[in-house]
Design a binder for this molecule. Structure first.
Ligand SMILES: Cc1cc2nc3c(=O)[nH]c(=O)nc-3n(C[C@H](O)[C@H](O)[C@H](O)COP(=O)(O)O)c2cc1C
Length: 217
């Protein structure tokens, strides 16, 4: 079936994107305004875009036309933020921070979340998150009047000690992080525990017939 975006209103285009591009990792962003007021909110239009320089991107829209979400306004103002990743045990608290509270309400306090200080940036990190990335703003790519792609350079990463297999080699126990991803609709999420392994094939080892029946089981 063809869904031609030229004939669809924004809400329907959004539904098609988020119900197919799955699972999406979640950036649980802590930011502050110039006065130091803390803010936390989750964003699943999120990914890493480069290793060198280490760049992540987050798509942040507006509460209503002309009123950008606090996260985008804060990052534009102070140019710093922390991206925390969401583990299974933090899912409920993450969902609380997505409530569209009135300005001035501290989402971290509402969700009873403890924070820890960052090293390079002012906004703190969320203690329960197994991974937290301190970021400085690289650029906001304006995607129309009411959405911006916030590109951040990662300055440092905090990882819970028990998730580090070998600190000297930067080996992390990725399955142990139990990171969740966002699926379709407003309420579906995925665990990252159903894995399969498939190694890269060297050009010298490639013959079509030998690889025909190698679908993951
Ligand atoms: C799992 C999850 C993912 C979300 N992803 C996005 C997103 O990618 N972009 C966006 O603008 N809002 C997203 N939202 C909605 C925001 O979290 C919500 O509007 C929040 O109140 C914004 O807070 P702020 O105004 O403090 O920045 C998401 C909500 C949830 C629960």
């Amino acid at each position: 079936m063809l869904f031609d975006f030229a004939n669809l209103p924004p809400r329907e285009r959004y539904k098609l994107l988020v119900s197919t591009i799955t699972p999406r990792p979640i950036a649980w962003v802590v930011s502050q305004d110039a006065a130091g007021t803390l803010n936390a909110a989750p964003f699943s239009f999120f990914n890493a875009f480069a290793g060198d320089p280490p760049v992540i991107g987050v798509g942040v829209s507006s509460h209503e036309p002309g009123r950008p979400k606090d996260t985008r306004r804060n990052i534009r103002e102070t140019k710093q933020f922390v991206v925390n990743l969401v583990s299974e045990d933090a899912a409920v608290a993450m969902n609380v921070t997505a409530i569209e509270f009135e300005a001035g309400i501290d989402e971290l306090a509402e969700a009873q979340l403890k924070t820890l200080p960052s090293v390079h940036v002012k906004p703190p990190r969320i203690a329960i998150s197994p991974v937290a990335m301190e970021c400085e703003l690289l650029q906001i790519v304006e995607l129309g009047r009411d959405t911006g792609l916030v590109l951040g350079r990662v300055l440092a990463m905090h990882i819970h000690d028990e998730m580090v297999l070998d600190a000297a080699q930067n080996y992390i126990d990725t399955p142990k992080l139990k990171i969740i991803g966002r699926m379709h609709g407003t309420g579906w999420y995925a665990r990252t525990s159903d894995l399969f392994e498939m190694n890269r094939i060297l050009r010298a080892n490639w013959t079509l017939r030998e690889n025909e029946d190698k679908q993951p089981k």
